[in-house]
Design a protein around this ligand. Structure first.
Ligand code: ADP
Ligand code: MG
Length: 251
């Protein structure tokens, strides 16, 4: 279950004909996406298109039900697994609205998560300190409760730090760029871009603005509207979207 500790193994997240409900409402109507190690795929869509529902369905968030289709990680169907098993298998989600966890320190959370992955957390303190410096997060925050009373920027820097320390194989970033000032956005986006090169991380970056692409360069861009991918292409698709708006892609 635990991913091997080398990054030469290629990972593939394959979403096939995914239909999903949020609560009792049908939101996703047949999504097809394949994200491989080292690739950056952007999913862009207006508010309410189903972007967060897609991220929730991939990660197995309670309250979201897959009604048809499959979610495969390296040819293994993970669609029925609880979230923690998907995480151990190599998936990670950075949520649009990071959860506050009173009473649990960031260092405690990361220590537990690494132990669960069979990784000795002995060198964790130095590792966290290094990542905190790199992402521009005050080291004092590391001992505080996860995201409690953090600013918007601190929350997303903290989430990015967790991503760097936990070293998943494929990450879904649900609006990493929301609630961030320009400096924090640049630092977080660059750190993720570096992880695609240093660790061969595969990325599904969900956003409605192309601003984040200045530092996190997508290889592929997909446009999501009304629960379907209505267009796919290269980075030029994001430029077209900036020019013409989502209206031009209305299904
Ligand atoms: P996006 O992230 O693209 O803005 P969402 O996936 O959050 O869109 O939401 C898509 C639609 O699903 C919205 O109309 C939203 O109100 C609805 N929705 C989201 N979560 C739930 C839920 N738990 N129950 C019912 N409807 C939901
Ligand atoms: Mg959303």
């Amino acid at each position: 279950m635990t991913p091997p500790q080398t990054n030469d193994v290629k990972y593939t997240l394959e979403v096939r004909d995914l239909h999903a409900k949020a609560g009792d409402t049908q939101i996703l109507n047949g999504i097809n996406l394949t994200v491989r190690s080292g690739e950056v795929h952007a999913v862009m869509g207006p508010n309410g298109a189903g972007k967060s529902t897609l991220s929730a369905a991939i990660m197995g968030k309670p309250g979201y039900t897959v009604t048809k289709g499959s979610i495969m990680l390296n040819d293994r169907d993970i669609g029925a697994m609880p979230t923690w098993q998907r995480a151990l298998a190599g998936l990670h989600l950075v949520m649009q609205y990071p959860t506050e966890i009173p009473g649990v320190g960031i260092d405690e959370l990361l220590s537990e998560a690494l132990s669960e992955r069979g990784i000795d957390p002995a060198k964790l303190t130095a590792r966290i300190a290094g990542e905190a410096t790199r992402i521009g997060l005050d080291e004092a925050l590391i001992h505080r409760a996860v995201n409690v009373d953090f600013s918007g920027g601190e929350k997303k820097r903290n989430e990015t730090l967790q991503l760097a320390v936990l070293e998943p194989r494929i990450v879904v970033l649900d609006e990493l760029d929301s609630g961030l000032d320009i400096d924090a956005l640049r630092d977080c986006a660059r750190r993720v871009e570096d992880l695609t090169n240093e660790r061969n991380l595969g990325v599904l970056v969900i956003t409605h603005y192309s601003r984040i692409f200045a530092d996190l360069k997508p290889n592929f861009v997909h446009i999501l509207a009304k629960g379907r991918i209505v267009a796919s292409g290269g980075p030029e698709l994001a430029d077209q979207l900036e020019r013409d708006g989502y209206e031009a892609f209305n299904p």
